[in-house]
Design a protein around this ligand. Structure first.
Ligand code: GTP
Ligand code: SPV
Ligand code: MN
Length: 582
């Protein structure tokens, strides 16, 4: 129970509608977690992994129709459709009350309703916020315990009078026909029913930390972004912090945990992980932009993660980790495409059968405590956050976007973010590999009109003036004529980070092109890297014709926003067209 009256009242109200068999207040303790896990192992919700090789690790196999975020069933329920904007599904609050609320009626009969208090952000931070999730899924509780500071820390922060984000979640009958993820930005409230998966059900993550926190940031003067936060340490021991926004399954976790290539590591280059998915940014007293990671764990993509690509993640998932929809070896160890030893024929796939590929679901995930990651930053719990010097936008694009370029100024940087495009991935249900506009990697996560959001970004830059971070764009995924990635990626991405650091420090060589500043041939340190002849040129090439086509796509996209498109964005597009025509 809690001394917070508003909380007690709401819990009672919800319980009277959902009619659970019992209500359990979660304190986040070891004991409570052990009991929950025992119960789930008993009823088959969790399978125990090999406890000598993976102590404290469990496998969850979700319903086969419930394996990713469902964007078409995700709604912003603002007062007007215009407040949700052209990129969101909108549902009126009245419709939500008649169409979605009745689904909660008796939904928790025979189940336990867990009251999950959670803190987004470090304890004692002026930037941290409390959420309460009411859920009938013990799997959600166990994940929330890893992903957030759950239980006592949250109730202490909340106090008797504090406010919180209300999140109501029920598995319902798990049918996609009766699945809805509704957000009420004005009331700071979330209703989610019919899914037990990731961003649909762990309400602290995309629902609160982005779709609800976004409008809060707009009103209060801060930013809630789909970004990793990393510290880049140079050989002198100086650490420079950067944020990067890439769409889902486009490399945030990997970049946040990067291990530099040999020649760089031995000189003292190092990357420290502050966050891998979400960044809340506020101006500090010194006028610089500071970022905190509101989360406490990683909900990372499993396939492709290996000792080669991401040894830090591999180390982080060796204990106390929940695996969802991965494959398992004969001795119950997790395994997936791309992981060492995968070619074994005798793995059991993510549905529990012999494996017709893929063995692991392409959106299979690990939930691991951030503190278990060897590269975790010593600033992880710093209540003030870390000062950000560079913001990096990036997409997954076979063509057009070069390896890296720098914006001319903040407004141009906002334009780069606003016009980002990327190929769709398995992180959301639907077709994979289709290029779509994904502004700031926030297309599925912006809780208000995207035009107003760009306006807010522009204002935030004006406020920062000279001290605002420099803005860049990267693309690790450009392909050659044989459809092979041109850039080796992963650890080698450090070379690009180093150029970005040089630019932040007023060094580094670049050529001015119509789209921004692109590194000169020798701008990126390629010492020790075996790239084919002409590959660097291909990676940095600007195809004017392709960019002219790009401006047509941007114009069409901007057209959707009508009056809500900031004039500065229209202006940026006109200037780009002029530069390309020259
Ligand atoms: P979300 O958790 O969905 O937000 O994803 P994310 O942005 O954190 O993506 P993540 O780092 O998990 O990477 C997703 C997939 O892209 C994995 O299969 C990675 O192996 C792959 N990947 C990451 N970085 C690179 C890279 O530099 N090059 C290539 N080719 N693949 C990469
Ligand atoms: C993403 O899809 O961007 C994720 C996973 O980080 S989820 O929690 O499902 O949103
Ligand atoms: Mn994400």
């Amino acid at each position: 129970m809690s001394a917070n009256e508003k909380l007690a009242k709401w819990v009672n109200e919800v319980a009277s509608v959902t009619q659970p068999e019992r209500v359990a207040w979660c304190d986040g303790s070891e004991d409570e977690n052990r009991r929950l896990i025992e119960g789930m192992v008993k009823d088959g919700t969790l399978l125990e992994m090999n406890q000598s090789k993976y102590p404290g690790c469990y496998l969850h196999r979700s319903h086969t129709t419930d394996v990713a975020r469902t964007e078409h069933l995700t709604f912003i329920c603002s007062k007007t459709k215009d407040d949700a904007g052209p990129t969101n599904n909108w549902m009126s609050t009245d419709e939500a009350k008649t169409r979605v609320w009745p689904l909660f009626q008796g939904a928790m009969k025979g189940r336990t309703m867990f009251v999950v208090p959670y803190l987004m952000g470090p304890a004692g931070s002026p930037y941290s916020k409390v959420g309460i999730e009411l859920t009938d899924s013990p799997y959600v509780v166990a994940n929330m315990r890893i992903m957030t500071r759950m239980g006592k820390a949250a109730l202490d922060h909340l106090g008797a009078r504090g406010d919180f984000c209300k999140g109501l979640h029920s598995l319902g009958d798990l049918s996609p026909e009766r699945r809805f993820i509704c957000h009420f930005p004005e009331a700071r409230e979330i209703w989610s029913i019919g899914s037990g998966y990731g961003g649909n059900a762990l309400l602290g993550k995309k629902c609160f930390a982005l779709r609800i926190a976004g409008p809060m940031g707009r009103d209060e003067g801060w930013l809630a972004e789909h970004m990793l936060i990393l510290g880049l340490e140079d050989p002198q021991g100086q650490v420079t912090y950067m944020c990067a926004a890439f769409p889902s399954a486009c490399g945030k976790t990997n970049l946040a945990m990067l291990i530099p290539p040999e020649g760089f590591k031995s000189k003292g280059w190092k990357v420290w992980t502050v966050g891998d998915d979400i960044s809340w940014m506020h101006y500090g007293p010194d006028g610089r932009l500071y970022a905190i990671n509101p989360e406490a764990g990683f909900f990372g993509v499993a396939p492709g993660t290996s000792d080669q690509t991401n040894p830090n993640a591999m180390a982080a998932v060796k204990k106390n980790t929940i695996f969802t929809n991965v494959a398992v070896t004969e001795d119950m160890c997790p395994i997936w495409e791309g992981m060492e030893g995968f070619s074994l024929p005798k793995v059991t796939d993510w549905t529990g059968k012999a494996w017709p590929p893929p063995a692991a679901h392409p959106n299979s995930r690990f939930t691991a405590p951030a503190k278990q990651c060897p590269s975790v930053s010593k600033e992880f719990d710093n209540p003030q956050g870390v000062p950000i010097s560079a913001i990096i936008f990036g997409g997954r694009r076979a063509k057009v976007a070069p390896l890296v370029y720098q914006s001319m100024n903040w407004a141009h940087g906002v334009f780069l973010g606003a016009t980002m495009a990327s190929e769709t991935t398995a992180a959301a249900t639907g077709q994979v590999g289709v290029v779509r506009r994904d502004p700031m990697a926030m297309l599925p996560f912006c809780g208000y009109n995207m035009g107003d959001y760009w306006g807010h970004w522009l204002k935030m830059g004006e406020r920062g003036g000279d001290k605002a971070p420099k803005i860049f764009h990267v693309n690790w995924f450009r392909r050659d004529v044989n459809n092979k990635f041109l850039w080796p990626g992963f650890g080698e991405n450090l070379r690009v980070l180093k150029w970005i650091l040089d630019r932040v420090q007023g060094k580094g060589s670049a050529v001015e092109t119509p789209i921004g500043s692109v590194p000169t041939g020798d701008g990126i340190d390629t010492a020790g890297l075996k790239l084919g002849a002409g590959v660097m040129d291909q990676l940095l090439a600007i195809d004017r014709q392709a960019w002219k086509e790009e401006t047509r796509g941007i114009q069409e996209f901007f057209g959707k926003f009508g009056e809500r498109l900031p004039a500065a964005m229209r202006e940026q597009l006109e200037q780009l067209k002029k530069r390309l025509a020259k």
